[in-house]
Design a protein around this ligand. Sequence first.
Ligand code: A3P
Length: 232
Amino acid sequence: MPLKIIGAGFGRTGTNSLRLALEILGYRTHHMIKALSDITQDPLVWERAFNDPENHPDEWESVYGNYDAAIDWPTVTHYKELMKKYPDAKIILTTRSAESWYKSMNNTIFMKMHSNYVEELPEHPRLFLKSQQKIMLDGYLKDDLSKSHNKEELCRMFEEHNEEVKRLVPPEKLLVLELGEGWDRLCEFLGVSVPGTPYPNTNSSGEGFEKNAEIVLNELEKQKLDLQKVKA
Ligand code: A3P
């Protein structure tokens, strides 16, 4: 099943709300939450691709085969390669101001990276997040997590990434979606009607983010129990 939508926007640009929006529109949508909470996904597929961009084995169907859309990290790191693999896919670049993006990163992902959070997770999400830490932001944090404090450099990377997407993706295939926009331009771009439900608003710094972390852990626990039932 080829991907019909590829997300090219960094995490913390409204990707989880977009995931829920796309699911309302009928797209099965991959997102970091899925990679974290689905123990059938090999957590190291993306790192293998990152480490050997020219010659890595093509394992994309093993993670994206059951999906119509893939957004957020880990997908965004590989958007150029995925555009070649799925040439008919449309690209959505979720974005916001660099300053507000950096603040949101600091309040959530970077805060967790600087704590013991990852070390204390179950094996699947721990392996996935440790691997992502090495490759997200083009490996910028790989050897030195304190580089997350480099606001100026990270904001520059955010802007440059967004400019690259706008330069490389043909305009008719690209939707640049500003945080807080809602349904209208998204539905027009996908050629579907605007649903009756409000556009989702999730994953805010603080409560929303913590709630999603809890959802991931509950889902993993459920999968563990289901596996035990199958074995019994
Ligand atoms: P803050 O951290 O500034 O609260 P992601 O899901 O990619 O991690 O992005 C989460 C960020 O997008 C959070 O920002 C969240 O509040 C914001 N967000 C999500 N949906 C939104 C919406 N419909 N309108 C405005 N902001 C939204």
